[in-house]
Design a protein around this ligand. Structure first.
Ligand code: AMP
Ligand code: MG
Length: 280
């Protein structure tokens, strides 16, 4: 049980064909006796307790952190997962970063520069809403740099992640997998709801025309950058409740394995209590 979601969603080594991954699947989701799906619940208190221990450990010199990296097509739910995760840990335990189209300043640096600047500090859960992978996804699909350059980036990303892992960061990389039809439904739902019009971005329809190219670019990422220290998980994301629950489980397993402990400072309790006497 301890490692079950990480095992179930882990991408096997070798070439990846996303057509073989059902975006509506619900691996490990509990069902009741009659086979009906049970309501999925993340044990937020347990997760928050684990994060607090990670933080406590860092105040005594511990160096460990967790980085949840989210990638997926538009409307796959990177924002929804973020809300779920931040809601679970609270704003103090999380450092959230959304990576947008690079600014002039960012473009003047190497593509990993802005990523390195946002690595979570010890004790914190970092959330990347998009990431270094945009530089081999949108950049590859639209040839924003020549192939001779983007093709070198898989190896550079692997080296970067190995270094992060080596210095105390546990990286959890999630590809939120939705179907072409689900994306259409979600975009239509935004159009149908005036309160969601602000979220509507016509550029998402432009990008949708490149779906097949994005699939190929994702398949390359899932093959080239699926390493032992920073493996990829494909999270079926047509069902939002399942998606959030599954990522909660990936984080729970990760934190349970890290098993952070409260520091045990050597307090002279009698002396400290005495100092608090007498009452006013
Ligand atoms: P959103 O996440 O919906 O706010 O959109 C952010 C946009 O920034 C998306 O269209 C991404 O493809 C784009 N973006 C993120 N990183 C990069 C990058 N390194 N190069 C080009 N575009 C990027
Ligand atoms: Mg968007």
């Amino acid at each position: 049980m301890a490692d079950s979601m990480r095992t179930a969603l882990r991408v096997p080594d070798g070439p990846v064909n996303l057509a073989g991954y059902d975006p509506a699947a619900r691996p490990l989701a509990p069902v009741n006796k009659s086979g009906k799906a049970k309501k999925l619940r993340t044990d937020a208190e347990h997760l928050a307790g684990l994060q607090e221990r990670l933080w406590a450990e860092s105040t005594a010199g511990g160096n460990r952190r967790v980085l949840l990296l989210l990638q997926g097509m538009d409307t796959a739910g990177k924002g929804g997962v973020t809300e779920h995760v931040v809601g679970t840990f609270g704003p103090i335990g999380v450092q959230y970063t959304a990576f947008k189209k690079p600014t002039k300043q960012e473009l003047a640096h190497d593509f990993l520069w802005r990523i390195g600047n946002r690595v979570p500090p010890p004790g914190v859960i970092g959330v990347f809403d998009r990431s270094q992978y945009e530089d081999v996804l949108v950049v590859r699909v639209h040839e924003l740099v020549p192939e001779s350059e983007w093709s070198t980036r898989y190896g550079r990303i692997n080296a970067f992640e190995a270094e992060l892992a080596g210095s105390g960061t546990t990286i959890v990389k999630c590809f939120l997998h939705i179907s072409y039809e689900t994306q259409r439904e979600r975009l239509l739902a935004r159009l149908a709801d005036p309160d969601k019009h602000w979220k509507f971005n016509e550029a998402d329809i432009d990008e949708r025309a490149f779906w097949t190219d994005y699939v190929a670019a994702y398949e390359a990422v899932l093959e080239e950058c699926n390493t032992t220290v920073a493996p990829w998980y494909v999270v079926p994301s047509d069902d939002k409740a399942y998606r959030n629950w599954a990522i909660g489980a990936l984080l729970r397993e990760t934190l349970e394995e890290l098993d952070p402990r409260y520091p045990q400072p050597d307090l002279d309790l009698d002396r400290l209590r005495e100092r608090l006497e007498p009452p006013h």
